[in-house]
Every structure is written in C-alpha cells, then in structure tokens.
Write a protein that binds this ligand. Structure first.
Ligand SMILES: Cc1ncc(COP(=O)(O)O)c(C=O)c1O
Length: 372
C-alpha cells in the first residue's frame, strides 16, 4: 500500500495511472479481438510491469510480446509463459535466449536474416528442444524485417522451415507506418494493406508446402481501428493502447478521454519578466518525445488549454501562455499541474515507480522492469 493517500499529496514529478481508464482500455482491446476471433498477444513495452500485464492478458499470464530480454526474464521469473521476444535476434544475447527457451514451455525469438538462423544452429537447445522462431516481414514500415516484395522473404521462411532444431512459428509484421496516419480512414487503409500483404505471404508459404504457421500484425492505431480482414490473422500485438496518449488521439486511435496516464508536476517559480512559470517536470520525467510539436508544446496541460510547455531541461520545465499575459495568481508556487504526455511509452520509461489511482485515491504503486 502506498504511504500517500491522494495524488494531490504526492511528491512531484510523479507518473500517475488512472486504473479505471486503464482497465477500460484493456477490456476494449480484449473484447474487440475476441469478437473478431483473433488471439490478442499484448506488447509489454509501454509499462513493463506485472500488474499491467495481468490486466492485459485477462489474468492468463500467457501470450505476450516483449521488446527486451530484461522484460522476458522478468515475466518468466514471475510465472509468465508463451513469451515472444519480438526483436531482431541480437547475437550477443543468444545464450540468454537459449536459457529462456530451455526454461519455459514456449519462449519464441524473431529473425529477419540468414545469419541469425546460423547463430541459432550454433547453439542447439538441450534435451531435444527446438528453437521457436518467428520471421519478421517488413510490410512497408521500413524498420526491421525482410521486405515483403523481396524473394529473400520466402527463401528465409523456407530455410527456417527446413532447418533441424528450429521450428517456424509465425510471420510477424509491425505496422508502425500507422503512426504517420491521421484519422480512422488512413489507419484502416494501412491496416488493410498490411493484412493483405501478410495473408498473401501466408498463401505463398502454403503453396510452398509450409503449413500451420501463424500470422500476426499490429500496432495500437491498427488494432484500435481494425479492418474486417484482420479476422483472418492468427494474432495481433498492440501495446500502447493500455495507456494511450496525446499522439494516439491525434492519429485517431482514441480520444483524449481514453488517456490513462499523466505526469503530475508542481509550480516552482514565477518569472513575470519572461511571462513564464517554471515547473518541476524536466525531460527526466516526461521525455523529449514529440519534440514539442503540439500547439501546447511537449504535453497537454490538463484544464489549461491556454498554456504551453515550451521547453524542458533535465529537471525544469518552462511554461508560458500561448498568447497574452500570464495570470500568476492562478498558479501559486507549489500548485499542481497535470501533464498529458505526447508518447506514454517514452514517458513511462522515465519513471522507477507508477502511482496507480482510482478517482484521485492512490490504491497501489507498481514497479516496472528496466534494462535490456
Ligand atoms: C515490434 C513491435 N511490435 C508491437 C509493437 C506495439 O505497437 P504499439 O506501440 O503501436 O502498440 C511495437 C511498438 O513499437 C513494436 O515495435
């Protein structure tokens, strides 16, 4: 139990999570894909906590995606299984992946090149176990993955399929290109394109004799605004939706009311000669993500659309009015401001502890895992 009873009494800066809203976000995603008949494999990268993972998995403690091996080990140590490490296999971490594969009933790695497969072959698993491998396909996102139109994609899938000691589990595409969308229509267009490309690739696999392999796409925008054809996929893997954020509301994944996370900050200085306030939230509490591109700067200051978080240094934030003279009486030294972050994943990463509340009353504190 937290020592402080109400969020208004917390030392700042502090990351606060609205448990009721977070549960609504989790339930919404679970229901959406239950209705579509598609397995939800939630990504843990946004929060990296056990408590949140329990809510996202509906208590099953199975079927999750992680972005670091630190997350994988943390969840494995706490009773989770069926973990997919959805990151291009780093060669320095093969031994740690092998240990997790040997310890869990289903630990899965991801490859997007022939050399990574060779690394797995060099480290056979003990007691006849096999490496469980997903192949990453780049469906025009332009990050990791074999480009979908490159013949090397089918070749790599065939090579994984034919390699002894290795089992091809699925094809994974992350449609991060939905982050360039504005509005439902554009999101749905990218979701449709990605789904179509993956399903066509699955047909190619079938034609080549590769059967029983799963397909997975996802991002918070595409899974918040899914297209009917996504029902033909085996899995989806969104993560940010658990908190949502200002960025997601601008893309069209959610409304601002759905955002479950805030940074609480206090006014620490008045500078009338600059028409500015200083707050105790620097980039160590919010991150610089978003680059200050909002009309309100680096965040939305809740209840104060007239204010802008203009800039941050490590522990200080400069706040000024968007126009006109600041009424300093409204913001006495020590008073609280509530920041809605641009990118919740980046903001949460800055905090060693999250304060979880229901209607302003603190009901728990959660500690995320960190590292790689
Ligand atoms: C490989 C991978 N899968 C899934 C996700 C989850 O997507 P989102 O953060 O849009 O929910 C991410 C997020 O960056 C990712 O990198």
């Amino acid at each position: 139990m937290a020592a402080v009873e109400f969020i208004k009494d917390l030392c700042t800066p502090a990351l606060i999570i609205d448990l009721d809203q977070m549960k609504r976000n989790a339930e919404g995603m679970l229901e959406r894909f239950h209705t579509l008949g598609v397995q939800l494999r939630p990504h843990m990268k946004t929060h990296k906590t056990l408590e949140c993972a329990d809510i996202m998995t509906g208590g099953s403690r199975r079927c999750i995606v992680v972005s670091t091996l630190a997350e994988a080990a943390f969840y494995a140590d706490n009773g989770y299984d069926d973990i997919l490490y959805a990151y291009p296999l780093p060669f320095d971490k093969v031994e740690r992946c092998a240990e997790l594969s040997e310890r869990l009933s289903l630990f899965q790695v991801m490859v997007d090149n022939h050399l990574a497969l060779q690394e797995l072959k060099k480290r056979p698993l003990k007691q006849g176990q096999v490496w469980k491998v997903w192949m990453k396909l780049d469906c025009d996102n332009g990050r990791a993955g074999v480009p979908h139109c490159d013949p090397a994609a089918l070749q790599l899938a065939l090579e994984i399929w034919d390699t002894s000691g290795v089992e091809l589990m699925g094809i994974y595409a992350h449609c991060g290109n939905t982050y360039a969308c504005q509005g439902e229509q554009q999101i749905k267009a990218v979701a449709q394109d990605t789904t179509k490309i993956v399903l066509q690739f699955m047909e190619k696999l079938e034609a080549a004799g590769i059967k029983g392999v799963k397909s997975s796409i996802g991002s918070t925008p595409s899974c918040s605004q899914p297209v009917p054809d996504m029902a033909l996929l085996s899995e989806v893997h969104p993560g940010n939706y658990i908190f949502y954020d200002v960025q997601q509301s601008l893309i069209g994944s959610c409304s601002l009311e759905d955002v479950a996370v805030r940074v609480l900050t206090r006014v620490i200085g008045h500078y009338p000669h600059r028409n500015q306030l200083l707050v105790d939230c620097g980039w160590t509490a919010l991150s610089h993500d978003g680059g200050g591109r909002l009309p309100t700067g680096y965040a939305i200051i809740e209840g104060h659309p007239e204010l802008k978080l203009l800039s941050m240094t490590q522990e200080h934030g400069r706040v000024e009015p968007i126009s006109g003279k600041l009424d300093f009486k409204q913001f006495p030294l020590g008073s609280l401001l509530t920041l809605m972050p641009y990118h919740a994943c980046a903001t949460a990463m800055m905090h060693p502890v999250y304060f979880v509340h229901s209607k302003g009353k603190i009901i728990d504190t959660w500690k995320p895992t960190r590292g790689w």
